[in-house]
Design a protein around this ligand. Structure first.
Ligand SMILES: [Zn+2]
Length: 452
């Protein structure tokens, strides 16, 4: 049955719209028709006649979370790369495992990640795939119903890169071009393309030089890792004679359609470059802590006018894909340096929703609950032992950021379709996805020479 056939009303929740005025409806409704929000607030019974009803009592209704940096291809490798710094983590575990993927294992990985994201209230993501079989990630996102911007990881040089991930420059650029043509704008606009050079050390100057011309396509993004770990800084300087941010600017790769993951190792000059070019940053606090990368100075970025979104990064460096975890850490990490309140829960909630949408270039379509926007939204149950007692209405952001967990997500909608209803995935079987992941991981470990 097409879940979008009938109008749908989400009733009786506290609706945090995240609109420009910060409107909150203490006990409101959201009326959805087709893939759009028709009305927000108090919807009269006459307008909801014949509509399917979803209960939001005791819950908060929010725009769906937007994660601005994820690797679905790594979800299968969760719990397989522990206690390593970034470069060893990549060279000894993640790159060999990514090189071991075939279309079937990659599909299992994407399904696992997408199931976790939807069950945890993430409705949109910016994904960096691996080098091969990127079409599988788009196919699984289309099948699972989520909103995905992503692209193939571009790698044509670098130390410690396995042969299976190292491509000829021209071949990498050609496949990248074909993927962008095939997938950008598909599934009613839910799927979009991003050029994803992995990081500067894995891309030749020839490859990077090809990308600005490719970005002419309407709405295609540029997404890469930059200024992540202290160990990468001297290597980037030796290769380019500049900082990672300066090197990207010199190659004409910064701008309003560029999103850089991490940006921890940044100077004042780097910050000015990011601000001047309108480049966005994806802050991934769990990953940054686990890989020993450091703490991104988010208050400095925001004070400079730089747009910041949040992301879980890959499952092996987190080990969750939970926006709740990233929101809580993003807020807490700044307290020892700046003191309480420098990054308020309300501000963090904006980064997790409307700011992420703007970084994806989708601010006119998603990121807030307003009539006419796509119906990407989540219903988060706050009548749980770990979230109760309910705070006053003006403190709901605090409970969402500091107390709520993915288990609180009651319903998740993308484009008006209920993809999670009463904590259950509607399009796919959760047990089957977990069983497939369990079955297929040993194949990758064996191929990567990492089986024990
Ligand atoms: Zn990453």
């Amino acid at each position: 049955m097409n879940a979008r056939a009938a109008p749908l009303i989400i009733q009786g929740g506290s609706v945090i719209t995240l609109d420009d005025a910060g409107t909150v409806h203490p006990c409101g409704d959201v009326l959805v028709e087709g893939d759009r929000i028709r009305q927000v607030g108090s919807v009269p019974e006459s307008a909801a006649a014949g509509a399917r009803r979803l209960d939001a009592s005791g819950a908060v209704v929010l725009p769906g979370f937007v994660q601005t940096h994820v690797h679905l291809c790594q979800a299968l490798f969760r719990n397989q790369a522990e206690e390593l710094g970034l470069l060893d983590w990549l060279r000894c575990r993640i790159w060999p495992l990514e090189a071991a993927h075939d279309p079937e294992t990659l599909a299992a990985s994407a399904d696992l990640g997408l199931a976790e994201l939807l069950l945890g209230g993430t409705t949109s993501l910016l994904d960096m795939a691996t080098v091969h079989h990127t079409e599988v990630v788009f196919q699984r996102a289309e099948a699972m119903g989520i909103r995905l911007t992503g692209g193939k990881a571009l790698m044509d040089c670098g130390d410690g890169v396995p042969a299976g991930l190292l491509e000829q420059t021209a071949a990498a650029c050609e496949e990248n071009r074909q993927l962008a043509r095939a997938w950008h704008g598909q599934a009613g606009g839910r799927l979009r393309y991003a050029h994803c050079p992995r990081f500067i050390l894995s891309c030749s100057d020839e490859l990077l030089a090809a990308l600005p011309g490719e970005m002419a396509e309407d709405g295609v993004l540029m997404h890469t890792h930059a200024a992540e770990h202290p160990s990468e800084v001297p290597l980037v300087r030796a290769r380019t004679g500049a900082s990672g941010i300066e090197a990207l600017e010199l190659r004409d790769l910064l701008g309003p359609r560029t999103c850089l993951a991490h940006c921890i190792q940044v100077s004042k000059t780097d910050l000015q470059l990011l601000a001047r070019t309108g480049t966005a940053v994806a802050h991934c606090p769990s990953s940054n802590l686990k890989l020993g990368s450091g703490v991104c100075d988010v208050p400095a970025l925001l004070a400079a006018g730089i747009r910041v979104g949040l992301g879980a990064d890959g499952a092996p460096c987190n080990n969750r894909l939970s926006m709740f975890t990233e929101m809580r850490l993003a807020a807490l990490l700044q307290v020892p340096v700046y003191g309480p309140g420098v990054l308020s829960a309300g501000r963090v909630l904006e980064l997790a929703t409307r700011e992420g949408a703007a970084i994806l270039g989708l601010e006119n379509r998603i990121g807030s609950l307003e009539a006419g926007k796509q119906a990407d939204l989540v219903v988060i149950d706050l009548e749980q032992p770990h979230t109760a007692p309910a705070p006053p209405l003006d403190r709901l952001a605090e409970v969402l950021v500091h107390a709520a967990t993915p288990g609180c997500v009651r319903h998740t909608l993308v484009d008006g379709e209920v993809l999670v209803e009463n904590h259950t995935l509607t399009r796919v079987d959760r047990q089957r996805i977990v069983a497939e992941a369990q079955r297929l991981l040993p194949r990758c470990l064996t191929r990567a020479g990492l089986a024990r």
